[in-house]
Write a protein that binds this ligand. Structure first.
Ligand code: SAH
Ligand code: SF4
Length: 385
C-alpha cells in the first residue's frame, strides 16, 4: 500500500513541477543536473569526458560560475561552453542579518518565484560550523497551525538546481568555496527545514542532495545533512533507502486528537504509523539518532503528562528530542510556553533517557527562525503562464 501511496505522491508533485533548466536565451543551466547528465551533455557538445569531469569539479567543488575561470579548460572550449550553457544562481532580492548572526536571504528564481534561505552560524567553540537551512518548495500544501509557511499555499516545487543553488549562493555570500590554500569550514551542514515539505518534492530534493554528497563536488557526508518531515510516511522509507541522510520528524503532539489539529497530515498518517516508519528508518542506531522536533505551545502540548507520554511513545527508539519554543509570527494563534514549563518538560524527557535540548530561537528579529519563513509568491493562473 505504501508503494502505491508513494507513486501517488510523486504523481501529484509533477503538477507543481519547477521550470526546466532551458533558459529563455536558449542556453541550459548546468546547475542541478546529475553528474552523469552533465557529463553526457558536455560530451555531446564535443568535449572529452575527462574535461567534462573537470567542469563538474569547477562548478561544485570550486563554486565557479564563469567558464572563463576554469583554468584547466582551453580558452576556445570555454567560449563554446559559454555559448550553450550557464552556471546559474538564484538572484538575491533581500539579505538580512539578525542581531544573533543568523542571516536570511530572499532568493528569486528564473521565473520570478521566491523562497527564503537561512544561515545559522554554529555556537559551539569546538565546531564553529553552522547550517544552511534550505527550502524545498515555494509555499507548502500542508497547513500546520503553528507555521507561517503553512499560511502560504503551495506555488510550486523547487527544482534540484534551485535547491542546491540555495546552498551554493550561501557559500558565495561567505566566500566559503575551498581554494588550493583553504577548505570550506563554516558552511558544511545542510538542514532541509526551510519552506515546504521536502518529502512532497522528493525527486528534486534527492537529486540536489546527491549533488551535495558527490565526492567530486561539494562532498558533504550524509551525516551533515538533515531532512525534516512533518510525517509523509511512505516517502520516509524511500528517503532512508535512497539517501540515508539524518531524519528529523516534526512530532509536536503525542496523541492523535491533538496532532490531527496541529499537523493535519496526521489524519492521513497517524502517530502509530509515523513511529513505525521511524523504527524502520535505516541506521537508526545510537550514532544516528532520529530527531523529534517538538514545538512548545503554551497550554496546548507542554504539560508534564505530555512529556511522560512522549517518553513512552518513543521508547526503545534511538532518538533525541529537540524542544523548539514556538516562534511567533503576525496573526499566529499560539503563544510560546513559559520557561518553567519548558524546563520541566525537558527534565522529564531527559529522565526518560533522551537528550532534550531546547533549541535557542535564532533570527527571530528578522523572521528567520523555524516556521517563520514566508514569501509573497503566488501560483500563476494557467492562462497567464
Ligand atoms: N516541512 C518540514 C520542514 C520545515 S519546518 C516539517 O514540517 O518538518 C522546520 C521545523 O520548524 C518543523 O519541525 C516545524 O514543525 C517547525 N515549526 C514550524 N513553525 C514553527 C514555529 N512557529 N515555531 C517553532 N517551530 C516551528
Ligand atoms: Fe509545511 Fe512544515 Fe510548515 Fe507544516 S511545518 S506547514 S509541513 S513547512
Amino acid at each position: 500500500m505504501d508503494g502505491a501511496d508513494a507513486a501517488r505522491i510523486e504523481a501529484k508533485a509533477a503538477a507543481f513541477a519547477p521550470p526546466s533548466s532551458l533558459r529563455e536565451d536558449g542556453r541550459i543551466d548546468l546547475v542541478g543536473l546529475s553528474r552523469a547528465e552533465l557529463e553526457a551533455l558536455l560530451v555531446e557538445a564535443g568535449m572529452e569526458r575527462f574535461r567534462a569531469r573537470q567542469v563538474f569539479h569547477w562548478i561544485y567543488f570550486r563554486g565557479v560560475t564563469d567558464f572563463g575561470r576554469m583554468s584547466s579548460i582551453a580558452r576556445p572550449a570555454q567560449a563554446r561552453l559559454a555559448e550553450k550553457f550557464v552556471i546559474g544562481r538564484p538572484g538575491t532580492v533581500r539579505d538580512e542579518r539578525s542581531a544573533d548572526g543568523t542571516r536570511k536571504w530572499l532568493l528569486r528564481f528564473g521565473d520570478g518565484q521566491e523562497a527564503e534561505t537561512v544561515y545559522i552560524p554554529g555556537t559551539d567553540a569546538e565546531d564553529a560550523r553552522g547550517a544552511v537551512c534550505i527550502s524545498s518548495q515555494v509555499g507548502c500544501t500542508l497547513t500546520c497551525r503553528f507555521c507561517h509557511t503553512g499560511t502560504q499555499p503551495l506555488v510550486r516545487n523547487l527544482g534540484s538546481g534551485e535547491i542546491i543553488g540555495q546552498f551554493m549562493a550561501a557559500r558565495d555570500a561567505y566566500g566559503e568555496w575551498p581554494t588550493p590554500q583553504s577548505e570550506a569550514r563554516l558552511l558544511s551542514n545542510i538542514v532541509l527545514m526551510g519552506m515546504g515539505e521536502p518529502l512532497y518534492n522528493f525527486e528534486h530534493v534527492a537529486a540536489a542532495m546527491r549533488l551535495a554528497m558527490d565526492a567530486e563536488g561539494i562532498a558533504l557526508s550524509r551525516r551533515r545533512i538533515t531532512l525534516s518531515t512533518s510525517g509523509v510516511v511512505p516517502m520516509m522509507d524511500r528517503c532512508g533507502a535512497e539517501l540515508g541522510v539524518n531524519l528529523a520528524v516534526s512530532l509536536h503532539a503525542v496523541n492523535d486528537a491533538l496532532r490531527d489539529r496541529l499537523v493535519p497530515l496526521n489524519r492521513k498518517y497517524p502517530i502509530a504509523e509515523l513511529i513505525a516508519a521511524c523504527r524502520r528508518y535505516p541506521g537508526a542506531s545510537n550514532a544516528r539518532r532520529i530527531t523529534f522536533e517538538y514545538v512548545m505551545l503554551k497550554g496546548v502540548n507542554d504539560s508534564e503528562a505530555d512529556a511522560r507520554a512522549l517518553v513512552r511513545l518513543i521508547a526503545g527508539l534511538p532518538a533525541k528530542v529537540n524542544l523548539i519554543p514556538f516562534n511567533p509570527w503576525p496573526g499566529a494563534p499560539f503563544e510560546t510556553s513559559g520557561e518553567g514549563a519548558i524546563r520541566r518538560f525537558a527534565a522529564i524527557v531527559q529522565d526518560g533517557g533522551y537528550a532534550a535540548p531546547v533549541r535557542a530561537p535564532r533570527g527571530r528579529d528578522i523572521l528567520a527562525a523555524c516556521g517563520q519563513l514566508r514569501t509573497d509568491s503566488q501560483r500563476r493562473r494557467k492562462s497567464a503562464a
